[in-house]
Design a protein around this ligand. Structure first.
Ligand SMILES: NC(=O)c1ccc[n+]([C@@H]2O[C@H](COP(=O)([O-])OP(=O)(O)OC[C@H]3O[C@@H](n4cnc5c(N)ncnc54)[C@H](O)[C@@H]3O)[C@@H](O)[C@H]2O)c1
Length: 441
């Protein structure tokens, strides 16, 4: 397979629908890293290592030295937003990064101005920007997005483009007939079917052009049969949904540990306060419902109460998010976990995570963009389950249970990279060489 992975020559365009807190934190971060004034901490593609071969071989290259990823100096950013603020203005308003950092790269940030968005207030009530495309049908909107992608690519001399959805969470939608095939979806675009949301229009436009599309919000977006089918038809990678940051990241680190030790869990109450624009959007019950569904599935899938009713059969899991402006992007979360051990004796764990939402999300967007581009160059198309590591609600083949355990997700990601590069997969068995070591003593 190694020979089939095309090299990463030329510029990579990273286009983001949504230039809010996460999008601008990513862009400013990459520009600062390229200038040598910051470190890309949290990005596996930049700072992570991968073990190759047996433990005795001591081979731990950086991932970016092992697989052919685009260089950060070859990345060009663009995007769309409902608000016309350039990236300097949007980042200043998001208040994630210090003004001293933003001022040091101000001209580069000011040069990135959002293209007009595909937007409809009926999917997100709490936003009211006016940098919005007007067209007679959803199909015309999709054509306009395709035109944006091609114009951006030509203007910036890109050899490849990827898209990562960093837009707000849309209201909760369920699959309907219009989502079941490419034909039905295209008819729906012409008929302005209300079950086709703006994020689906971006995804459709990307896939038609063979541009990889990752979804960072919990919206259905490309997690529908029509767009999965289209991604296969156009040999394009897709992935989603919902960046795994903050409280869910902690949950998928801790729950596998409790499960591994056969400790019981009776209840897990999670609450959050956050005051950024994401929090404002999620303050609307229709939009919160989309997020809630995404967050709730995690524990059930890791603990599997159906297989282990004695330990997890009575699990009560609750997730709340409250909009609290004074905290801005510095989300605070609390978890109260009621567990039980030997002979049923109860214990409690409390977590109070004072995190920074966009600081956790930005490196995920970078990794996804670079890995999705790699996947495309490795001729991988359709759902990229090996990128589940980055998502709260990983997209999987229909009927397949998603894997939420972050450690299993990491093994899958690393083994996929090894497989791509023709290296041995690592099973952690080690028996084959353990005996030799013992005998050599
Ligand atoms: N920050 C995190 O830790 C985190 C974790 C998981 C998921 N997410 C998701 O990532 C997304 C971005 O988060 P954020 O904190 O940057 O939010 P944000 O509100 O700061 O930014 C989102 C931006 O998207 C824009 N937007 C909305 N609809 C759009 C459309 N149709 N086209 C173009 N732009 C559109 C909004 O105007 C806004 O500027 C949200 O959906 C959020 O739920 C964030």
């Amino acid at each position: 397979m190694k020979e089939q992975v095309q090299s990463a020559e030329g510029k990579l365009g990273i286009l983001l629908p949504g230039l809010g807190a996460v999008g601008t934190t990513l862009i400013a971060g990459v520009i600062a890293v390229n200038k040598g004034i910051a470190q890309p901490i949290g990005a596996l593609t930049q700072m992570g290592n991968i073990r190759l071969g047996k433990r005795t071989e001591n081979r731990y290259p950086l991932i970016k030295d092992f697989v052919p990823l685009a260089e950060l100096s070859d990345v060009v950013f663009g995007g769309w937003d409902v608000y016309a603020d350039n990236v300097y203005e949007a980042a200043s308003k998001a208040k994630v990064l210090e003004s001293s950092l933003l001022d040091a790269i101000r001209p580069e940030l000011e040069a990135i101005v959002p293209m007009k968005a595909v937007f409809d207030k009926s999917y997100i009530k709490n936003l009211d920007g006016d940098n919005i495309k007007k067209a007679a049908s959803k199909h015309d909107l999709a054509l306009a997005v395709m035109n944006d992608i091609e114009t951006f690519s030509q203007k910036n001399n890109c050899s490849r483009v990827v898209i990562v959805w960093c837009g707000s969470t849309e209201k909760y939608l369920e699959e309907t007939d219009v989502h079941q095939s490419v034909e039905a979806f295209e008819a729906g675009l012409h008929d302005n079917d209300p079950a086709i949301s703006p994020s689906m229009i971006y995804a459709y436009a990307a896939l038609k052009l063979g541009v990889p599309f990752a979804n960072g919000a919990p919206n259905l977006t490309c997690d529908i049969p029509a767009l999965i089918q289209l991604s296969k038809e156009t040999d394009t990678p897709i992935s989603g949904k919902d960046f795994k940051t903050g409280q869910t990241l902690m949950k998928t680190i801790l729950a596998p540990g409790l499960h591994a030790r056969a400790l019981g869990v009776r209840g897990w109450f999670s609450t959050n306060i956050l005051g950024n624009r994401d929090g404002l959007v999620l303050d609307d019950p229709d939009n919160f419902k989309t997020k809630e569904v995404s967050k709730l599935s995690v524990l059930e899938d890791i603990l599997q109460p159906d297989i282990n009713p004695g330990l997890y059969g009575d699990l009560y899991h609750k997730v709340r998010i409250n909009y609290y402006p004074p905290h801005g992007d510095n989300k605070e979360s609390w978890d109260n976990i009621d567990i039980f051990g030997w002979l049923g004796y109860s214990m409690q764990i409390k977590i109070n995570f004072l995190c920074r939402d966009s600081i956790l999300a930005a490196p995920i967007v970078l990794d996804l963009a670079l890995f999705m581009d790699l996947a495309k160059r490795a001729n991988m198309s359709g759902i990229q389950e090996w990128l589940s590591f980055y998502f709260k609600s990983p997209q999987t083949a229909p009927g397949l249970r998603p894997e939420h355990d972050i450690f299993k997700q990491l093994i899958k990601l690393q083994n996929t990279l090894r497989h791509m590069m023709g290296e041995d997969l690592i099973t952690h068995l080690g028996l084959d060489y353990y005996q030799d070591l013992v005998e050599a003593l």
